[in-house]
Design a protein around this ligand. Structure first.
Ligand SMILES: [Zn+2]
Length: 285
């Protein structure tokens, strides 16, 4: 995989050039609408993350989740390549990064929160929860401090700063392993509980793990009924079909090189997911 990433990084400039030529040849230029997905972040990663965002912002508009939703719905035109930032799981590092990196850049992001994680009290063992449900194969004591859960108060701070809260199931379950009532409890009731505690309407949802194997037709059905916008972890441009119940996301990390990040945003890795998107599309008629 490192070799693939290296090659992809080198393809950034050819990909960008090809996309710009293709755009200029169209009578009506069509821009991309993508979602960049991050998780927890150490303090040491903040400098790299800010550098990455400043570089991205030279070619892309970073909009709010509300603006993104309106673009998906076709209510706002897209005049430049556009993306939003999302952060999964609800670790306390997200709060620090929002204050220290996003706020100075004027960025408002979308946070996908695991309800039972956010509801842990001071005395509860957040390391145990994180190792068992989120950072699989990690010993509890090895879970870093930045992975401590954001509390309801922390989430209210994010809301007061203009960020958006989305749902990420009750317990970070792998939904393809569940059926019936369990699916409903994880997806719908988990979000309803978080919504009640926060006093805000939750319209966005991201599947835990996000890969094709962790999603199922039944999970997709429940998510579509509960939420207006449903996000996978599979890469792709959301503009061609603007499918609000099957949104593509680009998983990224502050350590990813600028060229690798840029190449993914130009669609260099989309081909790996096209067949999986097609199968998910067949789940719904
Ligand atoms: Zn997650």
């Amino acid at each position: 995989m490192p070799l693939f990433r290296e090659i992809l990084g080198w393809s950034y400039f050819p990909l960008r050039f090809k996309n710009q030529i293709a755009r200029n040849m169209r009578r009506e230029p069509r821009f991309q609408l993508r979602v960049l997905s991050y998780h927890d972040m150490s303090q040491a990663d903040e400098v790299l993350f800010e550098r990455q965002l400043r570089w991205i912002m030279r070619s892309w508009d970073i909009v709010t989740p509300e603006e993104f939703a309106a673009m998906i719905d076709g209510d706002i035109p897209i005049g430049r390549d556009t993306l939003i930032l999302t952060f999964d799981d609800g670790t306390v590092s997200n709060l620090r990064v929002a204050e220290r990196v996003l706020k100075p850049l004027g960025i408002q992001a979308l946070y996908f929160i695991v309800t039972q994680y956010a509801l842990l009290s001071e005395e509860d063992d957040w390391q145990e929860f994180a190792s068992r449900r989120i950072m699989l194969n990690q010993e509890p004591k090895a879970v870093p401090e930045e992975f401590r859960n954001m509390t309801i108060t922390d989430l209210q701070t994010l809301l007061s700063e203009g960020h958006t809260i989305g749902a990420h199931t009750a317990t970070h379950a792998r939904l393809s392993e569940l059926e019936g009532e369990s699916l409903y409890e994880e997806i719908a009731l988990g979000a309803d509980l978080l919504q009640d505690r926060l006093g805000t309407h939750i319209r966005h949802f991201a599947y835990p793990f996000g890969n094709f194997e962790s999603i199922s037709a039944k999970a997709c059905d429940v998510a579509r009924q509960r939420f207006d916008y449903v996000y996978t972890g599979m890469r792709g441009d959301n503009m061609p079909d603007r499918t609000s119940w099957h949104l593509r996301r680009e998983s990224n990390h502050p350590h990813d090189s600028l060229w690798y990040t840029g190449a993914c945003l130009e669609g260099g890795a989309d081909f790996l997911y096209s067949n999986k998107h097609r199968i998910c599309g067949e789940w719904v008629d």
